[in-house]
Write a protein that binds this ligand. Sequence first.
Ligand code: NAD
Ligand code: UDP
Ligand code: UDP
Length: 316
Amino acid sequence: MNKKRVLVTGGSGFLGSHICERLLGMGQEVICVDNFFTGRKDNILHLLDNPYFEVIRHDVTFPLYVEVDEIYNLACPASPIHYQHDPVQTTKTSVHGAINMLGLAKRIKAKIFQASTSEVYGDPVVHPQPESYWGNVNPIGLRSCYDEGKRCAETLFFDYHRQHGLRIKVGRIFNTYGPRMTMDDGRVVSNFVVQALRGEDITVYGEGRQTRSFCYVDDLVDGIIGFMEKTPDDCIGPMNLGNPGEFTILELAQAVVEMVGSKSKIVFRPLPSDDPMQRKPDISLAKKAMGWEPKIPLRKGLVKTIEYFEDFLKNQ
Ligand code: NAD
Ligand code: UDP
Ligand code: UDP
């Protein structure tokens, strides 16, 4: 049996739990490392019976000594409310976390994936965003702890690659949604779906003219794992991973209200500072490198997400 042993940091979070589940389904052995800051045991409860699944409570800003073949580094709070809660810790998680995971990868010669983000493009003036675009990021604003932390992590990945020959894969993930998002982490899809299901006002920030491109979680997991498994070692990224279908936030609000059949009213609230006006991935590289593109359009993904939150709210 050549089961690979795979470390997933942030493995009890929204994306991490889906990655753990998929890797176990592929017959790999999985070590999930998480400090449970935003992750939840409920996300991985169904995996705990699997003898090839192991959980370690650990903060990646501290060194970690394990023996694995591959690493998926996802540990980092991802929603603005959570990453702004303790901004210094957010930067430490991205930067010290990357250094520790790269040091680990170097010692054990493991291939390592970094969950980077479309936030490295900041409020982009190039649209859609290709990987060659260097971005437009405020280095001292409220989002900087996350944006600059992730940018510095990319720098570290590329320097460990150049300096130490590490096998790296840097994926720039665009807004992803689906089951196991946290109900109250403030991200737009979970906010709107929960508000619509409860008949509460739908809180659109600004005039809702800003755009985002939403990828359903299963498509994203295909992309991340495809990048690790199917692309050659010289394909290191950065690689955009997201769904190019672009919507205004107002369009999203209207779609959610209609699909839930909700009586919720759409209300307008102040736009948070440095909120990017537009975002859409150019995914030509992912298409060319691994024949990947998302298959699940927004409305189809929303159906599954609405079902998840309906169940979740019932069982609360
Ligand atoms: P999430 O908040 O659900 O998951 C993050 C996980 O990391 C949580 O389980 C949390 O407890 C854990 N964590 C945080 N700090 C840690 C630390 N210091 N040590 C150990 N564990 C720690 O968020 P998510 O949406 O699943 O995001 C996962 C990764 O993907 C993040 O790195 C995020 O930046 C990146 N990403 C996500 C999106 C998205 O739309 N979901 C977009 C771009 C990038
Ligand atoms: N590290 C780790 N696990 C390992 C090996 C290293 O957490 O198995 C950490 C280690 O604590 C160090 C960081 O990774 O701070 C970077 O390691 P590297 O070897 O690149 O640097 P150095 O140890 O020389 O500072
Ligand atoms: N947003 C909104 N109402 C909400 C939550 C978010 O209008 O209740 C907007 C937010 O201002 C941003 C977009 O939706 O323009 C996406 O926000 P999210 O926090 O999900 O992701 P990010 O801004 O990091 O892309």
